[in-house]
Design a protein around this ligand. Structure first.
Ligand code: P1T
Length: 379
């Protein structure tokens, strides 16, 4: 079936006891067994839960793979993936990614003895070749990156990883499975912060891990069950409900984001606009090739540094000044002070995350209201 049909039906069938068309929220922590070890597929809700299972099946089907795990947050998903590795294992990660992911790697996972190297992933396999060691086990890729929207060649990197027997995990949060499906391009694992476009309404915090490999899934399930950072039945229901409108929302986000990008590009108080859908984006051609759309997030630099950035942000009326992204409402933020404050200053400077950088998650409100709001605040 096609994406929008899967989004509404995959993993879901009417409740056999009542005919309820919507998957119930199964709050039960445990499930009765008729004899020790004999049950209907559910024993204990950390291990598996029917509401979560429906959501995981739907998510996996949208990511074009067989196995999914719904987690308590994007960071919980990332931590669970990292738990599969051992002391001394080497991981190559991108130099630009969500500040909380970098903080997790540097301040927590490193303490467990994993070794990280950060590289510019836009350079692809050639760059990875320079950094591989006999201990390299994983490439951790975020594309497009948060907040600079750098785009890396997934297939090129996946082919290289396969030839080196290194796993590839892709954080697909910014595109959602509607606009990008890394497993089809050769990635082994996909991770999401479902708090963002998957959830889509800024009313849940969640994460997901997806794979098409039965062996990896077994290892992941062991970690998921052992660590226990799972999505609750209520959040699983929210995620399942949200997936039904993912395609509609992503199209609307993209349409508005492209329009706002073009408006900003033509404004005298703006220095630079970074959006994958603009021809000026350095990896626009690659974006067209490996993505099915350009998403709803853009970054730009306002002229005049921090003072002007601050007054612009304070003067907006429709856009909400808040962290996060992917909700139906437009959100705007200052990465240097907000989402990426934990990234060391020198690294921020090298990436271009400076005082004038502003990130927008363009919502699905009326484009006229959004444009007018940006215009009055910029002026
Ligand atoms: O917040 P959480 O659900 O734990 O997800 C972490 C995460 C992982 N990956 C990406 C690409 C992300 O953007 C995030 C969270 N990001 C924000 C909160 C933000 O405002 O950028």
């Amino acid at each position: 079936m096609k994406f929008s049909t899967q989004a509404i039906h995959a993993g879901q069938k009417p409740d056999p006891s009542t005919g309820a068309i919507m998957t119930p929220i199964h709050l039960s922590s445990t499930f009765v067994q008729s004899s020790p070890g004999v049950h209907q597929g559910y024993e204990y809700s950390r291990t598996a839960n029917p509401t979560r299972k429906a959501y995981e099946t739907c998510l996996a089907s949208l990511e074009a793979c067989r196995f999914g795990h719904a987690m308590a947050s994007g960071c919980a998903a990332t931590t669970t993936v990292m738990s599969m590795f051992e002391q001394g294992d080497h991981i190559i990660a991108g130099d630009d990614m969500y500040g909380g992911t970098l903080r997790l790697f540097e301040k927590i996972i490193k303490k467990w003895g994993l070794v990280f190297t950060y590289v510019d992933m836009t350079l692809g396999a050639e760059e990875l070749e320079k950094h591989i060691t006999p201990k390299t086990k994983l490439v951790w890729l975020e594309t497009p990156t948060n907040p600079m929207l750098k785009i890396s060649p997934i297939k090129d990197i996946a082919d290289w990883c396969k030839s080196k027997k290194v796993l590839l995990s892709v954080d697909n949060t910014f595109m959602s499975p509607y606009f990008q499906r890394p497993i089809e391009l050769g990635a082994d694992i996909v991770v999401h912060s479902t708090t963002k476009f998957v959830g889509g309404h800024s009313d849940m915090v969640g994460g997901a891990i997806l794979t098409d490999s039965p062996e990896l899934n077994e290892a992941l399930h062991f970690s998921v069950n052992s660590i226990g950072a799972i999505a609750s039945p209520f959040d699983s229901f929210m995620g399942l409900r949200s997936l039904k409108t993912l395609s509609l929302r992503m199209e609307a986000h993209q349409k508005n984001a492209l329009s706002i990008s073009k408006f900003l590009e033509g404004h005298k108080n703006v220095d630079q606009v970074i959006y994958p859908g603009l021809e000026s984006h350095p990896q626009h051609a690659l974006a067209k090739k490996q993505m099915h759309g350009f998403g709803g997030v853009l970054s730009f630099k306002v002229k005049g540094g921090l003072d002007k950035a601050r007054s612009f942000l304070e003067n907006l009326k429709v856009f909400a000044l808040a962290e996060s992204l992917g909700g139906v409402e437009s959100l705007i933020e200052h990465p240097g002070i907000m989402t990426h404050a934990s990234v060391p200053e020198a690294q921020r400077a090298a990436l271009g995350i400076d005082d004038s950088l502003i990130r927008i998650s363009v919502g699905i409100e009326d484009i006229e209201d959004l444009t007018k709001d940006i215009e009055q605040a910029l002026n």
